[in-house]
Design a protein around this ligand. Structure first.
Ligand code: ZN
Length: 160
């Protein structure tokens, strides 16, 4: 899956996590996009291993939560909420990145470093049209779900 597709899906996951908290849309979509981009930092060191596993997902998610809480406690009334939405958006984008890559020939080593098991749910080409097209569709579907909920809740607020 291409970088842009990963980032787009991450952004859409951030939108879903954000829900109706429209004041936090920028935070959630940016953190979702960052989560979608982040795992490929391992491109130069044990690619698809060191940052494409559950352990690194949890560790970086916890670090993002801690950093967001530390920053938010200076200005936000509810730093725990801000930190949660920040970390969840990041981890949602991150998880979808691992899932997307597990559909490719190279697969992902989801249990590394505990196990060398390779998760490979399909054998698509990473930069092929099909996987990136499906990824874009998935991101659009997430955005459509968010938009539908947003419209419904706005109409409910207006009493219609
Ligand atoms: Zn990757």
């Amino acid at each position: 899956m291409n970088r842009g597709t990963h980032i787009f899906i991450g952004l859409s996951m951030g939108l879903l996590i954000c829900g109706q908290r429209t004041d936090l849309i920028a935070l959630c979509t940016v953190m979702g996009a960052v989560g979608g981009w982040f795992p490929d930092i391992d491109l130069f060191l044990k690619h698809r291993k060191s940052l494409h596993n559950i352990l690194s997902l949890l560790a970086t998610g916890a670090a993002v939560y801690a950093a967001a809480y530390f920053l938010a406690k200076n200005f936000a009334a509810s730093p725990a909420l801000i930190a949660s939405l920040t970390a969840y958006s990041f981890m949602a984008g991150y998880s979808m990145h691992i899932f997307g890559d597990s559909l490719t020939i190279m697969g992902t080593y989801v249990f590394w470093p505990l196990s060398n098991y390779r998760l490979r749910l399909a054998k698509m080409k990473s930069n092929g049209f099909l996987i990136n097209f499906l990824g874009a569709l998935l991101g659009l579907a997430f955005i459509a779900v968010w938009a539908r909920d947003y419209v419904y809740s706005t109409l409910t607020l207006l009493g219609r």
